[in-house]
Design a protein. Structure first.
Length: 63
């Protein structure tokens, strides 16, 4: 979660459940509730970024 340019918190998600309705919304609601005072103080809506987990290192023909 970001507020403006400030990184606030990150949560690991289960990639197998990401397509389940409401799964990501649950995290957003919890984060908004947890950081309500900060959101009100900054007077800015939070932004959420979902990125895939890093892949394990693949062998390269150049190694």
């Amino acid at each position: 979660m970001y507020i403006g340019n400030d990184f606030i918190e990150a949560i690991n998600i289960d990639m197998n459940r990401i397509s389940k309705p409401g799964y990501l919304g649950q995290f957003k609601r919890n984060l908004k509730s947890k950081h309500r005072e900060l959101i009100e103080e900054k007077n800015n809506k939070p932004d959420f970024l979902v990125v895939p987990p890093p892949e394990t290192e693949k062998p390269s023909k150049f190694n």
